[in-house]
Write a protein that binds this ligand. Structure first.
Ligand code: NDP
Length: 313
């Protein structure tokens, strides 16, 4: 039986994604019927849905025979908040997104490590010839060692940073000092001259970087958050930045996006705002991953990377 797949991404994405999906299916030798307009399909006939939380399908109730929803995003909290979506939900794991996130993390950790901002924004004539330390003298922590966190942590370790990693279950990442549990978090934060947040937004991670945890960081530490805005207690971070306990925050994600123009992060001298661009789902590589998932479902196997609803990721 040929699976009927509905691409429920944003209408402006239909053309690029259907071309990428067809090309990937051809390369992989997979066959399925692809629809791109929910208004033109019988919901009961859809087997698999490729879904963007900002796409057109908000009520999944009529899709009574849905075998799986394949998220176009790695972060699934918005889809999990939709009570009508009951089918197994798989999060997006694709090499383009992983590469992009590793590049963002390595780039900003390097920027902070080398003290580049001081030179970029130095007044004319300031000549400070202090060389930066070596990477092997710098402790970097990565909170969250999933697809993205583990890849970024490994890349940092290859650059010889002393990398500490923290996750819910104890992980084994080459070159990384791995810890788990609440004591593990405290130990990890105490070591972190630069802390990178790559945790998902779940009830257990909400506000995890609160005043108490920020205080565990060594004085002068920097934070890089490409994970989710909800991980940080914003008032606590602003207080830690004002006191200088946290020297700098590079923030890509926020509780409300776009970040409202009046938000203090925009003008804070110790904050760099990037507009949720740390990484993105790339149609060419993501289409390969989606076609592989559709192939598994067609053969009766469960999709990979199914979200554990009890854990929220
Ligand atoms: P994964 O699900 O692969 O990994 C999540 C990691 O977080 C795992 O190591 C997991 O632990 C850990 N974790 C989850 N809950 C807890 C907890 N309560 N305590 C300790 N550790 C916990 O996700 P990805 O790596 O694919 O993505 C991470 C996040 O990155 C996404 O959820 C999304 O929010 C964000 N993101 C941001 C983008 C951007 O452009 N800014 C782009 C893409 C993603 P364990 O290993 O034990 O399961």
């Amino acid at each position: 039986m040929t699976l009927r797949v509905l691409f429920a991404g944003r209408p402006e994405d239909r053309e690029v994604w259907s071309a990428a999906l067809r090309a990937a299916a051809e390369r992989a030798g997979e066959r399925f019927a692809l629809e791109t307009d929910p208004a033109r399909v019988d919901p009961a006939a859809v087997d698999v849905m490729i879904v963007d939380p900002k796409g057109p399908v908000r009520d999944f109730g009529p899709y009574v025979n849905l075998r799986a929803a394949l998220s176009m995003w790695a972060g699934v909290e918005a889809l999990l908040a939709n009570p009508t979506l009951k089918a197994p939900l798989a999060r997006m794991v694709e090499r383009g997104m992983t590469e992009g996130m590793t590049e963002y993390v390595v780039g900003h950790v390097m920027r902070i490590h080398l003290g580049m901002d001081a030179h970029l924004f130095a007044p004319p004539g300031r000549w400070d010839p202090t060389p930066p330390p070596l990477a092997r003298q710098r402790h970097v922590a990565v909170l969250g060692l999933g697809e993205l966190g583990a890849a970024a942590a490994e890349a940092l370790a290859r650059l010889r940073f002393v990398v500490h990693g923290w996750s819910r279950r104890l992980r084994d990442v080459p070159g990384v000092i791995c810890r788990a549990g609440s004591e593990g978090l405290e130990e990890t934060l105490r070591a972190a001259q630069i802390a990178v947040l790559l945790l998902p937004a779940t009830p257990a991670t909400a506000g995890i970087m609160d005043a108490r945890r920020l205080a565990l960081l060594p004085r002068g530490a920097a934070i890089v958050n490409p994970g989710r805005g909800a991980l940080i207690d914003d008032d606590a971070l602003l207080a830690a930045l004002d006191s200088g306990h946290v020297a700098h925050a590079t923030l890509d994600v926020f509780r409300h996006e776009p970040l409202p123009p009046e938000h203090p992060y925009w003008t804070h001298p110790r904050v760099l705002v990037t507009p949720h661009i740390a990484s993105a789902t790339r149609p060419d590589t993501a289409a390969e991953a989606l076609v592989a998932q559709i192939g598994r479902i067609a053969r009766g196997a469960p999709p990979l990377h199914v979200v554990d609803r009890a854990q929220g990721y």
